[in-house]
Design a protein around this ligand. Structure first.
Ligand code: BGC
Length: 376
């Protein structure tokens, strides 16, 4: 009798422990981890985040990148809508920025130079006469450390990169964190936190390319874009802002009401000619919750962009040329993807009239951007 009671109690206790650990691992079970190779001695993984709808996002800690986003069209057929490579080698050999987190300074710094507190800093030039996206070995080209978050309501993964002082010419021992959360409403939330031990500059973004047909299925000129921006920052021939904030009113940059991306892209407007299409920072009005939205009438898919950043770069894949083959053997042709890179304005360290980009040891940089997917 005593023995039976003991067995029963043990069984109840084991069941309880089992239940508890299920509870604790709730979020963990929504994230699976596979080996994706290694980079400079550090393990690289592929993380698969599955929400309650069964919609899937894949991430890797190499470049803290978004690798895949699988969301349904209006008939419920799922497809991958973002650029990524099948293997880590693809990332090492291919385009530097697909889906990556870009830092320490996203977009361009003119002539690779800026002055902070009376000291001139020099950056590597990797884009004609300018420095682009944190330089050739910026944050996009590093293996970040990874942590699958536990006890969260939705699948979430945190990536961290500790940048040594003066790496790529930027002052400060800087710690950058991004937490990706994939909600049951198909929102991919990117929460950033960046700290420094010394005054420096910061501009961080995600460089995902999207094609709402599903990647590899034609161009994005038939996608309809809405951008809540009353001005944009015109550029010179090396794509450095001139300092002007030009009203979009009466220009092909007016997306305050929806327009097809391709509707005006071929116009002989000076900025479209200089950019080879749209490759410009829009000055967000930041007055409504959704800052930008792109809709594909053929599949019904919609992406909404919500950010606390003052700008967004609309880049229409003008430099894509069909030389990159991504997941599922998809070839990324000219203008077959668009980016909406939420950011501070390009070249801000050299443009006194732009919103400030100085990061101090006293105050961390905190920011959040959401890509929300749906259908119409
Ligand atoms: C820039 C483009 C550049 C692209 C690289 C964008 O953010 O504005 O000019 O070619 O990144 O992938």
């Amino acid at each position: 009798m005593k023995r039976e009671r003991l067995i029963l109690l043990t069984a109840v206790a084991l069941a309880f422990i089992g239940l508890c650990s299920c509870g604790n691992n709730k979020a963990k079970e929504m994230v699976t981890t596979e080996n994706f190779g290694s980079f400079e001695g550090q393990e690289v993984s592929l993380f698969t985040l599955t929400n309650k709808k069964g919609d899937v996002v894949k991430l890797t800690n190499y470049g803290a990148a978004i690798v895949e986003i699988n969301v349904p069209d209006r008939n419920g057929d799922k497809g991958n809508v973002t650029f990524g490579y099948e293997t880590l080698d693809g990332y090492l050999e291919g385009d530097a920025y697909f889906g990556k987190v870009v830092g320490q300074f996203a977009n361009r710094v003119a002539k690779g130079k800026f002055t902070l507190d009376g000291v001139e800093y020099t950056l590597a030039l990797n884009n004609g006469p300018n420095s682009l996206h944190g330089g050739p070995t910026g944050w996009h080209s590093r293996a970040w450390t990874a942590e699958v978050l536990k006890g969260t309501d939705f699948p979430a993964v945190k990536f961290t990169y500790s940048k040594p002082d003066m790496e790529e010419g930027y002052p400060g021992n800087v710690v950058a964190e991004v937490v990706y959360t994939w909600t049951d409403d198909d929102e991919l939330i990117m929460d950033y936190k960046v700290t420094t031990d010394r005054r420096t500059v910061i501009n961080i973004t995600n460089h995902a390319y999207f094609n709402l047909h599903g990647t590899g299925n034609g161009d994005i000129l038939d996608h309809e874009a809405l951008i809540r921006a009353s001005a944009f920052t015109p550029v010179d021939s090396t794509l450095i802002p001139t300092g002007e904030l030009r009203p979009v009113e009466g220009t092909p940059f007016d997306f305050r009401t929806p327009h097809l991306i391709g509707e005006r892209i071929g116009e002989a407007y000076d900025q479209l000619v200089l950019g080879g299409g749209y490759d410009h920072n829009f000055v967000l009005d930041n007055v409504e919750q959704v800052d930008a939205e792109v809709y594909d009438p053929s599949t019904g898919r919609v992406i909404q962009v919500i950010t606390d950043q003052p700008g967004v770069q609309l880049y229409t894949g003008n430099f894509l040329d069909g030389t990159q083959t991504g997941r599922g053997g998809k070839v990324y042709q000219y203008r077959s993807g668009f980016c909406l890179e939420t950011q501070h304005y390009p070249d801000s360290p050299n443009q006194a009239s732009f919103p400030p980009v100085i990061l101090t040891p006293e105050e961390p940089f905190l920011s959040s951007t959401t890509y929300k997917f749906g259908v119409r």
